[in-house]
Design a protein around this ligand. Sequence first.
Ligand code: ADP
Ligand code: MG
Length: 245
Amino acid sequence: MIEVKDLCKRYDGRTVLDGISACFAPGEVVALVGPSGSGKSTLLRCLNGLEPFDAGSIRVGDDVLAPGVQRARGAQVSNIRRRVGFVFQQWHLFAHRTALGNVIEAPRYVRGLDAKAATELGRALLEKVGLSHREGAYPSELSGGEQQRVAIARALAMEPEALLLDEPTSALDPERVGELVELLSRLREDGLTLVAVTHEMRFARELASRMLVLHGGRILEEGPPAQVLERPRHERTRAFLGLER
Ligand code: ADP
Ligand code: MG
């Protein structure tokens, strides 16, 4: 449902995405890995229209993003933002709103649901992420893992078809990582497409059906996690994974 073609992105004349082509099917879970600075976060931001790019195109269903379209900031951009949710590395919750308040903000003010409908939806989503008992808590009163769940519920409130997560395990204790795998697996069963940037190979292996290895703004290699991790085809993948020759 997401199709990326020859995507190029430059910062100040420096190429950071260098002709990325990839497809993400409905219900597919993809782990995006690669060394620091390889362009993982930039690619995610491009995928939901947060970041302008210089060449290529991104298609989500019948909505297409291309450099010209994006400059015009038309309906295509807002459609794609709605269809593709994003969970930031630092969550970016509204500090002055409760967990429930964070989740119902977009349904109320972007989707235009009335207070009752938005609250019902918000409660259902907090239940889905296992946080019903914390609906009245403010972000500062929540653990990192709980804040992340609020951020996931908030993204789901726009009823996206895909969810992008940037390093979702980086702020979690090891024992919380399993719970995140469980939650994301449930979302996958609902048919959501998931693309997660991660450094944790165990997380990638448990969750993803496909792994994309980014290097210097290009896709170096892709395949099922077990295959990429055990029999990487490229020397640079081996080096990145810290494997012996
Ligand atoms: P990753 O997430 O894989 O670590 P990024 O996508 O964050 O990599 O960054 C890719 C490259 O683009 C890096 O060299 C980084 O310094 C550069 N970069 C990222 N964001 C910006 C920006 N806003 N302005 C200039 N350069 C940037
Ligand atoms: Mg990054």
